[in-house]
Design a protein around this ligand. Structure first.
Ligand code: GLP
Length: 254
């Protein structure tokens, strides 16, 4: 088993070192005027902390330029949760980025979890991304069942932006944000599809922790298959992967 040609893999000692490396790449992309695709989850919390610190340390004019040019689209949102619900991804993004950086509401776009018609909302969101010219740099975490965004297995490589049912494994994975109660995690979400993710001009997969070591190895080193949605990333021509040593521990490296 080998890693695909062209894949750039960086292995850092710990999650904070991962966060610093990812924040540096995100800042560079923002300074080039990139449209960002953003993710939520525990993996991204130190990343966004490091990004805020870097932006706030810039000279005033550079900082103002980065903030004025900011355009980002999040991968997903829970159906039924709006920005005023603390566990919504919209609230997470407000707390992690919008408030500390002083971004205006429309700069950080997410699917509307409160839309009356979730299927129509998925279509609207997909068109919004397209109207912005698509995503230049897509940041991704990895679900413990191999999902990216909320593309649950099995999932083909060309799944569109849509509303879907979350798997029991994912509701369990995300239960910690809901008082440890998997039943309290919404049953549905709107997510950009694997098609949208693979259409991004470059993709940055970020994975930390020993609990993700086995699924990371499947994602990068087993033949791509619907049972591991992240494995379709192997087909992306510009994939960067930044992981900590614990997450990399099951990779077979030459
Ligand atoms: C969540 C999100 C993903 C996220 C992944 C990993 O369910 N939908 O976008 O990347 O699962 O989450 P965590 O970083 O908390 O492990």
């Amino acid at each position: 088993m080998t890693l695909q040609d062209g894949l750039q893999l960086q292995i850092k000692p710990d999650p904070q070192a991962v966060a610093e490396a990812v924040a540096e790449l995100l800042l560079g992309a923002l300074q080039r005027g990139a449209v960002l695709g953003l993710a939520t989850g525990r993996t991204m919390q130190p990343v966004y902390g490091a990004l805020c610190a870097r932006i706030n340390a810039l000279p005033d004019a550079q900082r103002a330029a980065v903030l004025a040019g900011w355009r980002s689209f999040n991968l997903d949102e829970y159906v039924g949760l709006g920005p005023h619900h603390p566990q919504s991804f919209a609230a997470c993004m407000n707390q992690a980025l919008a408030v500390p950086l002083g971004l205006s509401p429309g700069q950080l776009q997410l699917p509307d979890g409160l839309a009356v018609d979730s299927a129509a909302e998925a279509g609207r969101y997909s068109r919004l991304v397209a109207a912005a010219g698509g995503i230049d740099l897509q940041l991704l975490g990895l679900g413990s069942n191999g999902h990216i965004g909320f593309n649950e297995p099995p999932c083909p490589p060309d799944a569109p932006c849509r509303c879907l049912q979350l798997s029991p494994a994912t509701r369990q994975q995300n239960a910690s944000a809901f008082g440890g109660q998997a039943d309290a995690v919404p049953e549905q979400a709107i997510t950009l599809g694997t098609r949208d993710i693979l259409a991004a001009r470059s993709v940055l997969l970020v994975v930390t922790g020993a609990a993700k070591a086995a699924i990371l190895r499947c994602s990068l080193q087993d033949p791509p298959c619907p049972e591991v949605p992240a494995s379709w990333l192997q087909n992306h021509p510009r994939l960067q992967v930044i992981v900590d040593a614990a997450a990399a521990s099951a990779l077979q490296l030459r």
